[in-house]
Ligand binder design. Sequence first.
Ligand SMILES: Cc1cc2nc3c(=O)[nH]c(=O)nc-3n(C[C@H](O)[C@H](O)[C@H](O)COP(=O)(O)OP(=O)(O)OC[C@H]3O[C@@H](n4cnc5c(N)ncnc54)[C@H](O)[C@@H]3O)c2cc1C
Length: 418
Amino acid sequence: MRVAVVGGGIIGLASALELRRAGADVVLFERGRCGAETSLGNMGWVCPFLVQPMPSWDTLRQAAARVGRREHPVGIIPRLDPSFAGWVLRFLRNVTRHRNTDSLRALYELAQDAPVLYSELAASGVEFEMHEDGILVLAPEADGLRSYLAAASEMAALGYGGQTRLYQGADLRALEPNLGSYPAAGLHLRAERNVRPETVTRGLAAAIGGLGVPIHEGVRVTGLHPDGGGWRVAAADGGGERVDAVVVAGGLWSRDLLAPLGVRLLIEPAKGTSLTYEDTERLIRHPLELADYRVACSTYDGAIRIAGGFELGRFDRSVPDSRVRLLEDAVRTYFPQWPPGRMTARWAGLRPATPDDLPYIGPVPGHQGLYVAAGHGTLGVTLAPGTARAIRSMVIDGVRSPRLFPFRVDRWSAGPTR
Ligand SMILES: Cc1cc2nc3c(=O)[nH]c(=O)nc-3n(C[C@H](O)[C@H](O)[C@H](O)COP(=O)(O)OP(=O)(O)OC[C@H]3O[C@@H](n4cnc5c(N)ncnc54)[C@H](O)[C@@H]3O)c2cc1C
């Protein structure tokens, strides 16, 4: 079976590897460089615990509390177009207790094996950087961790078996010796991991290239056309391919590719910013979530990355100095010696956000042989291995697990959501 994968981000690359290993004859198209879009400067957390969907009363409460605060990394930049309005409307419809619980269960089921699947990927010869130090959630006083402690009970009920432990005082300082005098408490999510995302996409591209998959970089796919039971993939350079099946894994831009076929994918950009620094002395020892600032830190070999922001509806990728100050000041509250070394990258990426925070994974109804794997929002690294497995079983084996029902492509137009 000949399969074209459109998009060389973490989702497209992971899917291409699964498909190739299952025996498909795969070809991959990437309009720029593989791994150079949203999959580049993210945190690389592999975090099945932290999959709480965005549409919730909690999110609305936090958003309301920020109205009027000019410099805040969470915001909505409204656009006057029907697709944005439709997105917001569906988001609001998902702010109910039962939908939130259903979405959480669906995301957790897709994410739960991610740490093991990353280990398997490494064991199978894909080279990338991975750390198993867990994730430490820091907040001022244990009271600031209340929502995470509540999440721990909820996740345990869903079957999350990872160890979680509350640290305070000297115990916390033993974990993070460079913490300042800020009255912090920490919840250590021991089983979570982090990878350096740019090494994962590089490793995946090398692996699929090594298996003979042609990777057409710098080639934008301009159209998908039904062709005698299969598909003709048209490329901007005038070239293209005749294939049996297509997997659209174009992140945020998947919607543009599918719109001419009458397929309406609700995906909006949610801008996030990251800053990377040298950190040879390991000023910070664990990946951190600073709960009161919604700022994250990810620790790598000789480097550290901090990130924050969720600016919905924003296509620009500027990183103003004010944003840099905001992120740095948040980290400095906890670690007065920040920064640890020279800044080596200043980056902004556009998360492909859906109204219910669930990706689209599955066949496109009415278009035999056309599949989507896009819209992974804040969780693309965590969900990539599970998504790739799902795509393989649908495309190669023709099997669609009921667990994938919540991710169906036509969920806004057909049938109930539960
Ligand atoms: C600041 C920040 C921090 C994050 N931290 C985490 C984290 O810790 N853990 C986590 O799980 N997730 C995290 N994420 C989310 C994660 O980065 C994304 O969900 C993920 O990268 C999406 O991957 P993707 O392959 O779908 O999209 P992309 O990486 O954007 O890849 C899509 C690719 O498709 C290509 N493409 C599009 N259209 C075409 C076309 N017509 N022809 C050819 N090619 C095309 C694009 O050029 C692009 O390379 C974070 C995101 C941000 C912004």
